[in-house]
Design a protein around this ligand. Structure first.
Ligand code: TYD
Length: 209
């Protein structure tokens, strides 16, 4: 990735690792803490036009070649970052932007589907987050948490999720070696304890100094 974007944190993990729940808990904690910087929670795939296409493919309602989907994720990200009122603009004006999934999801998930080269080249120009929180959990436990959903998405099965976790761990090793901020959160704990660990990591970001 290309340079570090200040005030930008991302949540990553296997499906069912609880990133969306934790992002909303972080918002509640933030609101009650009286902290100063504006907090902007967001997510990928986005709820924009390209994100809609991606979600339809994730539900298996539309079929795209894996390489097409990799390009759609990158196009959705480009809009998310660079459109007016997007992530870059917000971070630069001093908001704290926390995004549920980002480039690492593409390197991991599309890496499994398409090989490393395509997602790497599609994502090489995007900035790196200042902090990456990885929600680590055994994929079997994570998938069990999804069992009450009415339908599962295309990546939500055990064999795939085992590869996802392995790939995340090797990616995180490379990120740490490159000097990026990485925190591994034990996502198998109860959600209040996970929320405390998330808060402990996020509140150390330079924006709070
Ligand atoms: P997820 O955050 O799990 O959404 P929801 O909780 O609404 O189902 O993300 C949807 C899926 O998209 C998830 O399986 C990971 C996948 N994904 C990629 O494969 N590549 C990407 O670049 C991104 C952002 C997500």
């Amino acid at each position: 990735m290309n340079g570090i974007l200040r005030n930008f944190a991302v949540f990553e993990g296997c499906d069912g690792s609880g990133t969306s729940t934790q992002l909303s808990l972080l918002g509640q904690k933030y609101a009650s803490s009286g902290r100063k910087p504006v907090f902007y929670p967001t997510f990928e795939p986005t709820d924009g036009a390209i994100g809609g296409l991606i979600r339809s493919a994730l539900k298996n309602d539309t079929f795209f070649k894996a390489e097409t989907l990799a390009r759609l994720f990158a196009a959705d990200r480009n809009e998310h970052l660079y459109a007016a009122g997007g992530v870059i603009e917000r971070c630069r004006r001093g908001e704290l932007v926390v995004c549920d999934r980002y480039v690492p999801s593409s390197l991991v998930y599309q890496g499994i589907e398409c090989g490393d080269e395509l997602p790497r080249s599609l994502n090489s120009a995007f900035p790196a987050p200042e902090l990456l929180l990885f929600f680590d959990i055994d994929p079997k436990t994570a998938l069990e948490r999804l069992q009450n959903r009415s339908s599962l998405e295309i990546y939500e099965y055990l064999e795939f999720q085992k590869k996802v976790r392995e790939r995340y761990h090797s990616l995180l090793g490379r990120y740490k070696d490159a000097g990026f901020g990485v925190e591994i959160i034990d996502a198998s704990q109860n959600r209040e304890k996970v929320a405390e660990d998330v808060w402990a990591a996020v509140s150390k970001m330079p924006i709070f100094e």
